[in-house]
Design a protein around this ligand. Structure first.
Ligand SMILES: [Zn+2]
Length: 109
């Protein structure tokens, strides 16, 4: 994984949770949505990410047949909603400081 991706990996997770809160998501559609936002994420990255979120209890998967094919969907859990709300507050806070011309000074020069 490259360094830039490591930096925004958490944002991608948040993005997945955000969409899973509004509708059941599946891998391919989520990859297209992330590409729409400028994240080039392949299945080798996205599927482990989805499985990791499910292991953490933030997503729950289920299977459904779509035009004769079995597809795995994910929806957010109540723990996932709580985590997303907390992360949203942190991103809002970070967003303010990122755009602040004079971030809080943290060390005496
Ligand atoms: Zn989106």
């Amino acid at each position: 994984m490259n360094h830039a991706r490591e930096l925004y990996y958490g944002l991608i997770r948040m993005h997945v949770l955000l969409h899973a809160q509004h509708e059941p998501i599946f891998g391919l559609a989520m990859m297209e949505e992330l590409a729409h936002h400028g994240y080039r994420i392949g299945p080798g990255t996205l599927y482990p990410l989805l499985h990791g979120l499910e292991r953490a209890g933030l997503l729950k998967s289920f299977f459904e047949n779509v035009r004769g094919r079995r597809r795995r969907f994910y929806k957010i859990t109540s723990a996932g909603k709580k985590a997303l709300d907390k992360a949203r507050a942190k991103v809002d806070e970070l967003h303010r400081e990122l755009h602040d011309a004079h971030p809080r000074k943290i060390a005496d020069a």
